[in-house]
Design a protein around this ligand. Structure first.
Ligand code: TSJ
Length: 647
C-alpha cells in the first residue's frame, strides 16, 4: 500500500486515514464492487457533485475528460468548493470534502440534494481508491490547488498557485489498479450517464472528451425530457406527440416535470422516474401517484364525453403503450426513501401532488385536443377488449380437457425431465451442432436444450412482425409456455432460467441482442424479474498431458489466462476457443452449463435509454445503421451496457 513518507500524523490525521483505509479494505461496501461498475462509481461521485452545483443554479458546462495517462477529470463552472478554514477542524473545507466520508453534506447548502447527497458516498471515496487525486478550485480570482496520493494521503496542502478570472472546480484522479480489476474508463458507460443527466437538466451542457483520440461529444437538450422520450421512441408508431408538463407544488416546493407519449403496437408500460436527478428504479409514491392520476383523468374524461360505449377501462388498459418520464425535485426535508437499495421514493406527499398534477394537466390537454383524445380512448377500449378476450381464452383453455394433455412441443426441443419448472433451465443454443453437444453435456433432469439455427434470425429483415412469424421465435414462445405480449403471464413460465448460449463473436452477439430485444418487447417481465441469462463460454483452455492424465484449466479473460498458465505449470499448451463448436460435451458442461463451474450473466435493464436506443437501432428500418452499430457496440466484452452482474 502507501509508501511511507516522512510525515508526522496528528490525531485528526489518524482518524481520517482510518476512514479512508476502511474504504480501501472494503471497496464494495462503498461502491458496490471493484470491477468496471465500481470503477465508474468513482466518476459518478465526482460528476454528481458538479451536477449538484449546476442544479443549484451555478455553471452551465460540465466537462469530463478521459486522459491519456489513465486518469479522468471533471471540470465545472460553479462557485468552486469552499476553500476557507473550517472552524471545527482548523482545516480548509475542500480538504475535508476529500478526506471525510460523507463530508459533502455538511458543506452542501443546496436546496435539492442530488445523487451525491442522496445515495452517493462522496468524493472522499474516489480519493481513497485513487493512486492520486488533484484538485484545482477557481474562486475569487485565485487558483487553489491541493493533491492527494496513495489512497487519499494529503501530499500538497491547499495553496494558491495563480490567479484567474474563472470560477469553478477541477478534479482529476487516477484510479488505483491495486483495487480495481480494470482501470479502463469506458466511453459508452460515461457517455450514457452524462446523456441521462443532460436529459434531466435541460440547459446544462455535458461534454465528454477522450484525450488519446481527440474524440469529443456534447450532450445538451434544450427540451430535456421531451427529447428523452422522442429519442427513446424514435422507432415506434406514435399515437400522440410527446406531451410535457412542469410545475411546483406551493405547499412543499416539490417540483414536478413529466413527459409522456402514447404509441400504438406497443403493449408495454414504460415509466422511468427520477428524484433530484437520481433514478428511482423501484418507483414509489410519485409513480403510483402518476398511475392513479392518469387513470382517473382518462376514465373521467371518457365518461364525461360518453366515449366508453359501455366498456370499463382498467388502469393497465389506459397505460398500455405509454412511455413516461417523471422527474421530481424534492427539498431535503421531504425526502424519504425505502427498500434495500433506497431505490423507491417513500415521500407520502408525492402521491397526491403527482396524481393531482397529472390529472389536472392532462385533462386540460385532452379537452384542448379532442380529436386526439378520442383516438387515445379508442386505443384504451381496444386494449380492454383484448385483455378480456385473452382472459376468456385462458379460462376456457384451463377448463377444457386439452389443457390437461401435454402441450405439443417442438421436435427441436430436448426437454428436461423434471416437472419442477422453477428449477428447470432452458438453453437457447446457437446452431444445431452446438445444440447437439449441449444435449450430450446437459443435466437431463433440469436442463432443456433448444437449438437455434443462426441464419433465420440473422437476416437483415428483422422487423418485429417478421420476427413473430419466425419459426424459431414461435418455437421459443411455445417452449417457454407463458404466451407473449398482452397475454404473457409470468406465472406460467416453464423455466426458472432462460439461458442464451452463443459463440463469443459478432453473430453470437447479434443473436443475443435479437433475443433480448424480443423478450424486452414481448415478455418484459421475464427480464425484469431476472429469469434471463447469458452463458459465457471460456476464451481459453490451458492444458498439459501429464502421463495418462490431462491437467487443464479454463480462462475467461487474459488475466485468467495468466493464472491458468501458472496453475497448469511449465510445458502447457493454450487453445483459444473461437466457438462453442470447438468444445466437446464434457468441456461444454464443465465450462458453460454446470451450475457449479459456469459463468452466467444475468440480464438486467439497467439503463433505460441504452435499452431503448439499442432496440430502436436493432429493430429499426435502416439496416446500415444497425450493421454499423452492431459492429461497433455489440462486443462480447461490452455486454455490461445492457447487462449487469456477473455470477
Ligand atoms: F466531488 C467533488 F467534491 F470532488 C467535486 C465537487 C467535483 C467537482 C468537479 C465539482 C465539485 C463542486 C462543488 N463544484 N461546485 C461545488 N460547490 C460547492 O462545494 C459549494 C460552493 C459554495 C457553497 C456556498 O454555500 O457558498 C456551497 C457549496 C456546496
Amino acid at each position: 500500500m502507501a509508501e511511507e513518507k516522512n510525515i508526522s500524523y496528528s490525531a485528526d490525521d489518524i482518524h481520517i486515514m482510518k476512514g479512508l483505509e476502511g474504504v480501501r479494505k472494503r471497496p464494495a461496501m462503498y461502491i458496490g464492487s471493484s470491477n468496471g461498475t465500481g470503477l465508474h462509481h468513482l466518476v459518478w461521485e465526482i460528476v454528481d457533485n458538479a451536477v449538484d452545483e449546476a442544479l443549484s443554479g451555478f455553471g452551465k458546462y460540465i466537462t469530463v475528460t478521459i486522459h491519456k495517462d489513465g486518469s479522468l477529470s471533471v471540470l465545472d463552472e460553479g462557485r468552486g468548493i469552499p476553500c476557507g478554514i473550517n472552524k471545527e477542524t482548523g482545516r480548509p473545507a475542500v480538504e475535508i470534502v476529500f478526506t471525510e466520508l460523507h463530508a459533502g453534506g455538511k458543506f452542501n447548502s443546496a436546496v435539492y440534494k442530488s445523487a451525491a447527497g442522496l445515495h452517493g458516498v462522496g468524493a472522499a471515496v474516489t480519493n481513497a481508491l485513487s493512486e492520486w487525486l488533484d484538485v484545482n478550485v477557481y474562486q475569487s480570482g485565485q487558483i487553489y490547488h491541493l493533491r492527494f496520493e496513495n489512497g487519499g494521503n494529503l501530499v500538497t496542502k491547499l495553496e494558491v498557485v495563480g490567479t484567474t478570472k474563472k470560477h469553478g472546480t477541477f478534479v482529476r484522479f487516477k484510479p488505483d489498479k491495486q483495487i480495481f480489476s480494470t482501470v479502463d474508463f469506458k466511453w459508452d458507460t460515461i457517455a450514457n450517464h452524462l446523456q441521462e443527466s443532460a436529459f434531466l437538466m435541460k440547459g446544462v451542457h455535458f461534454v465528454l472528451v477522450e484525450e488519446a483520440t481527440g474524440q469529443n461529444q456534447e450532450f445538451y437538450y434544450e427540451n430535456g425530457l421531451v427529447e428523452y422520450i422522442q429519442i427513446m421512441n424514435s422507432d415506434k408508431n406514435a399515437l400522440t406527440p410527446v406531451i410535457s408538463f412542469e410545475g411546483v407544488d406551493d405547499a412543499t416546493q416539490i417540483g414536478v416535470e413529466i413527459a409522456l407519449q402514447f404509441c400504438s403496437e406497443d403493449y408495454n408500460e414504460t415509466i422511468y422516474s427520477y428524484v433530484n436527478n437520481v433514478r428511482t428504479r423501484d418507483g414509489g409514491t410519485h409513480e403510483s401517484g402518476f398511475r392513479s392520476g392518469i387513470g382517473k383523468c382518462v376514465n373521467d374524461f371518457a365518461e364525461a364525453n360518453s366515449l366508453l360505449r359501455g366498456k370499463k377501462l382498467e388502469g393497465s388498459d389506459i397505460r398500455e403503450g405509454i412511455t413516461a418520464v417523471i422527474s421530481l425535485k424534492i427539498p431535503e426535508q421531504y425526502l424519504e426513501f425505502e427498500g434495500q437499495t433506497k431505490g423507491k421514493l417513500g415521500t407520502p406527499e408525492a402521491t397526491a401532488i403527482v396524481s393531482n398534477f397529472i390529472n389536472n394537466k392532462f385533462t386540460y390537454y385532452l379537452t384542448e385536443n379532442k380529436e386526439l383524445a378520442v383516438q387515445l380512448i379508442n386505443k384504451c377500449i381496444a386494449s380492454a377488449s383484448a385483455r378480456m378476450a385473452a382472459r376468456k381464452a385462458k379460462e376456457e383453455a384451463r377448463s377444457s380437457k386439452k389443457a390437461k394433455q401435454e402441450v405439443i412441443l417442438s421436435d427441436k426441443l430436448t426437454p428436461a425431465q423434471s416437472k419442477e419448472y422453477s428449477k428447470n433451465e432452458l438453453f437457447i443454443v446457437e446452431g444445431d451442432s452446438a445444440g447437439g453437444t449441449a444435449k450430450k453435456g446437459r443435466d437431463r433432469l433440469h436442463q432443456a436444450i433448444l437449438p437455434l439455427r443462426g441464419k433465420p434470425l440473422n437476416t437483415d429483415s428483422i422487423s418485429m412482425e417478421k420476427l413473430l412469424h419466425n419459426e424459431e421465435i414461435a418455437t421459443i414462445i411455445n417452449t417457454i409456455g407463458a404466451g407473449f405480449g398482452q397475454s404473457f403471464d409470468i406465472e406460467d413460465i416453464h423455466y426458472g432460467k432462460i439461458i442464451i448460449m452463443t459463440d463469443a463473436d459478432t453473430d453470437g452477439a447479434h443473436i443475443q441482442t435479437l433475443l433480448l430485444t424480443f423478450f424486452y418487447h414481448y415478455m418484459r417481465q421475464l427480464i425484469t424479474s431476472g429469469h434471463v441469462y447469458i452463458a459465457v463460454p471460456p476464451l481459453y483452455r490451458v492444458y498439459k498431458e501429464d502421463g495418462k492424465r490431462v491437467i487443464q484449466e479454463y480462462a475467461w479473460d487474459d488475466e485468467g489466462l495468466e493464472a491458468a498458465k501458472k496453475k497448469v505449470g511449465g510445458g502447457y499448451k493454450v487453445s483459444r476457443y473461437k466457438g462453442l463448436g470447438e468444445m466437446d460435451a464434457i468441456q461444454l458442461k464443465e465450462t458453460t452449463m454446470d451450475p457449479r463451474t459456469r459463468l452466467l450473466i444475468q440480464v438486467d435493464i439497467d439503463d433505460p435509454f441504452v435499452v431503448e436506443k439499442r432496440v430502436a437501432v436493432l429493430m429499426g428500418k435502416d439496416t446500415s445503421i444497425r450493421k454499423k452499430w452492431v459492429e461497433e457496440n455489440v462486443d462480447f466484452n461490452k455486454v455490461d451496457t445492457f447487462i449487469k452482474e456477473v455470477k
